[in-house]
Design a protein around this ligand. Structure first.
Ligand SMILES: Nc1ncnc2c1ncn2[C@@H]1O[C@H](COP(=O)(O)OP(=O)(O)OP(=O)(O)O)[C@@H](O)[C@H]1O
Length: 310
């Protein structure tokens, strides 16, 4: 049985159009499919957990029709059901999950690949838990988690009115660029203490700290070009002591993966990571934003599976 989770709001209605076309296709009618439409933020997570609890043995794949936010919710709903594969028919504004794990093509082609089980890829989620919460309350991220400037930019982009218009014109990736220009002059650099595999460092004048499961971020920027889909190891990007006027310049080079040549940019690797600050930090995980004063991050050692990859 194939479970479709559809966020009709994703991509300013693009997900709804995609699903309406898909469900009329003979392949959809021929296979055993059930579809669930999300009704509010957080609903996809509850749906995924409830459906998996009831039918785990019968489910061949969860298929998200939406963007990265909906994928994030579904994967968290499936936290205790790692054996159930997922995929995404990209219909959001950023779609970094699909880009990062190689899910490409027309919606029906993706579904056909899933049904024929022609291609699959292993992936290893990151785990995070904030502000001293117990580890059992950890959450998963599939793309990235970050602290500071880019999390604030993501929050600004998510709340913006221009996001829907840019999505409508199919240039949703520009949302992040505009939000960046809005945040650049008012951002306050952070002082943080980070710990990598037990090694503590105090860092001042930090712009951002970003951890990736694959290279893609913010609608296709290669923020850690060398980030590989693999277990145990977290690639961590730290930007420190960067003059404000250099920020837009650095972000232009991110599209080509050349920002890592800036002396203010460092890429570190660890199996476990924590960050703490005296002040509240902006945080984003797969585009879902919030604030925290501390956070612990680990990489899963056991694989999950994405279907429909190239
Ligand atoms: N019915 C709904 N009404 C309002 N918000 C919803 C609804 N269903 C889901 N959401 C929320 O919409 C948010 C955005 O969804 P999603 O990320 O899938 O699309 P997007 O923002 O267009 O794409 P991207 O994340 O790729 O930019 C999610 O955080 C989700 O919680």
């Amino acid at each position: 049985m194939y479970i479709f989770i559809i966020n009709k709001r994703a991509g300013r209605g693009r997900a709804a159009d995609i699903f309406d076309a898909l469900k009329k296709h003979p392949l959809y009618k021929q296979e055993k499919c059930r579809n669930y439409i999300t009704e509010y933020p957080g609903h996809a997570e509850k749906l995924a957990e409830q459906i998996a609890s009831l039918y785990s043995e019968q489910i061949s794949c969860f298929i998200v029709v939406g963007g990265d936010g909906t994928v994030h919710e579904v994967v968290n709903g499936l936290k205790n059901f790692r054996q159930i594969p997922i995929t995404c028919i990209p219909a959001g504004s950023g779609n970094d999950f699909a880009r990062g794990y190689g899910v490409h093509g027309e919606p029906i082609e993706i579904f056909r690949k899933v049904v024929n089980q022609r291609s699959e890829k292993k992936y290893w989620s990151g785990f995070y838990w904030t502000d001293g919460k117990q580890e059992r309350l950890k959450r998963l991220f599939v793309n990235s988690i970050s602290f500071g400037f880019d999390a604030e930019v993501t929050e600004r982009a998510n709340c913006s009115s221009y996001k829907r218009w840019l999505n409508k014109w199919r240039i949703g990736s520009l949302t992040y660029v505009i939000a960046l220009l809005q945040v650049v002059f008012r951002f306050k650099p952070m002082t943080v203490e980070i710990e990598l595999d037990g090694d503590k460092k105090r860092l001042e004048n930090v712009l951002m700290v970003t951890i990736m499961n694959h290279p893609f971020y913010g609608g296709g920027m290669k923020i850690i070009p060398g980030a590989q889909i693999r277990p145990n190891l977290l690639p961590i990007l730290v930007i420190q002591d960067l003059a404000r006027w250099k920020i837009p310049l650095l972000f232009i080079t991110v599209y080509f993966g050349k920002h890592v040549r800036f002396k203010e940019v460092k890429v570190l690797y660890a199996t476990s990571f924590s960050i703490e600050s005296g002040e509240s930090m902006h945080v984003q995980a797969d585009g879902q934003t919030g604030k925290c004063k501390s956070c612990r991050v680990k990489k899963d050692a056991e694989a999950r599976v994405v279907y429909g990859t190239k």
